[in-house]
Design a protein around this ligand. Structure first.
Ligand code: SF4
Ligand code: SF4
Length: 174
């Protein structure tokens, strides 16, 4: 009989404790946010690789030296450059980063001689339904603005020599 009453008391007590905890959290400030309406400002967050902007010209600072391409351990960067028709210097014509492969190690930023690269603003919304969307074209914002470096005329690369096809052999003479 005593153990029966003890069990009832224990059950009732645990019910009271549970309700007290629930009530305490009901009046406390919530620790979660109603995302995406509310967002955290996250410090020490590495955003995806992006170009920095020259404050004077509004242009990127890449000189197409390939240093970042060589140092990248994930092999996720690629660039193309052509010769300027004005002064013969290399002109960047394409620069892509495959965000699916990037490990955000920052080596490309450290090695760049012109400080052309940075981690973009914290962007934890970066999701996609297709892999294609995660291959980022770093030149695109500058092309859209029509900055000076994107307007430099370039010398088109020479076309590869046409393959020489052997003459068809005629019928063997007797
Ligand atoms: S952060 Fe690292 S992995 Fe990502 S592109 Fe730069 S060098 Fe490559
Ligand atoms: S290291 Fe800097 S300047 Fe050189 S190709 Fe990379 S981004 Fe451009």
């Amino acid at each position: 009989m005593i153990s029966y009453l003890k069990n009832i008391f224990t059950g009732f007590w645990s019910l009271l404790v549970g309700m007290a905890i629930t009530l305490r959290y009901a009046v406390k400030k919530p620790v979660t946010l109603i995302y995406p309406k509310e967002r955290l400002t996250i410090k020490r967050f590495k955003g995806p690789i992006a170009f920095t902007t020259d404050q004077k010209t509004g242009d990127h600072l890449c000189i197409a030296c390939n240093a970042c391409i060589k140092v990248c351990p994930s092999r996720c960067m690629s660039l193309e450059a052509q010769k300027s028709a004005v002064d013969g210097k290399r002109v960047l014509t394409d620069f892509k980063v495959n965000y699916m492969l990037c490990s955000l190690c920052s080596l490309c930023i450290d090695v760049c001689p012109t400080d052309a690269l940075k981690h973009d603003d914290p962007n934890y919304d970066m999701v996609s339904l297709t892999q294609k969307d995660l291959v980022m074209d770093l030149l695109e914002p500058f092309r859209a603005k029509g900055t000076p470096l994107t307007k430099i005329p370039t010398i088109p690369a020479p076309k590869p020599a046409a393959a020489i096809t052997p003459e068809p052999k005629g019928p063997a003479s007797a």
